[in-house]
Ligand binder design. Structure first.
Ligand SMILES: Nc1ncnc2c1ncn2[C@@H]1O[C@H](COP(=O)(O)OP(=O)(O)OP(=O)(O)O)[C@@H](O)[C@H]1O
Ligand SMILES: [Mg+2]
Length: 265
């Protein structure tokens, strides 16, 4: 299996502080990773490296076989091979575009605006991805008027549009109500188990948001890797407690995870 992502001793230093501290991590083709960690742990910073938008201060990063910052690597060739759905992306998108336009423009550059002469093939693809995310009823709605959950689903459809080899999701379920979260978890689970779907890395704060089909977990705290490996062996009460800095109990039932603190004695 080839490497989708290979970080070796990667650090990102800002104002003398390591936001990501000596991280070595490899993601192989077909793996679906979850990154867990508290606020400020460095999760989004790691995704920014994986998306080729941020270069490490130290260490080496290979993405889809291309060395970041290496001779002969052009990030503009690399970026269309990576789908990104996160808050930062949502903020860059024009609020007046319709849902269909928002997804369709992804095929023509990051945040391009609508210019009417799109390919019918692309439009069909955009409709199909939106349908898969349950957004068919919203095709003509303006992106800026969507609820949090509808916006998240649109962003995931948009990230799929370039047929990426690597899909990066930064807190896709944040801000969703219980029904919205469960709906998204089900859709992500379907995607995660699809052998034709891209490799996936999803950042979250909550083990309840891990869809069945995700295979590996990386836990970080203060920029450092606490645990990395298969979900079954690494997503333990001990590791999660260390990661979030309080005693926690992880339970695994019906292919889903839950976590809670210790009962008051
Ligand atoms: N450009 C920057 N300069 C200085 N500090 C930064 C910069 N970007 C991020 N940070 C800091 O780096 C740390 C890690 O940020 P990051 O966004 O990666 O955290 P995170 O794990 O995604 O957190 P959250 O769960 O809150 O989204 C934070 O303390 C943040 O304030
Ligand atoms: Mg973040």
């Amino acid at each position: 299996m080839s490497d989708v992502l290979e970080l070796v001793d990667v650090s990102v230093v800002r104002d003398g502080r390591a936001l990501v501290d000596d991280v070595s991590w490899s993601v192989k083709e077909g793996e679906r990773w979850v990154i867990l960690g508290p606020n400020g742990a460095g999760k989004t910073t790691l995704l920014n490296i994986a998306s080729s938008y941020l270069f490490p201060t130290r260490g080496s990063a290979r993405i889809l076989g291309e060395q970041l910052g290496g001779v002969g690597t052009d990030v503009f060739d690399l970026r269309p091979r990576i789908g990104i759905a996160g808050v930062a992306m949502a903020e860059k998108l024009p609020k007046r575009q319709t849902v269909l336009q928002t997804v369709l423009t992804a095929a023509y550059g990051m945040t391009a605006t609508w210019h009417e002469n799109y390919d019918a093939v692309d439009e069909d693809r955009a409709r199909a991805f939106l349908d898969r995310l349950g957004m068919t009823e919203y095709l003509d709605r303006r992106f800026g008027t969507l609820s949090e959950g509808e916006r998240k689903r649109t962003l995931i459809a948009r990230a799929m549009m370039t047929d990426p080899e690597l899909l990066l999701l930064d807190e896709p379920a944040a801000g969703l109500d219980l029904g919205g979260r469960e709906d998204l978890v089900r859709r992500l689970g379907r995607l995660a188990r699809d052998p034709l779907a891209p490799s996936m890395i999803m950042v979250t704060h909550h083990v309840e948001e891990i869809a069945p089909g995700f295979t590996h977990v990386l836990m970080i705290r203060q920029g450092k890797v606490l645990a990395a490996g298969p979900m079954e062996t690494e997503l333990t009460s001990r590791n999660l407690s260390l990661c979030f800095g309080l005693p926690l109990i992880v339970e695994h039932a019906s292919d889903r995870y839950t976590a809670h603190g210790l009962p008051l004695s």
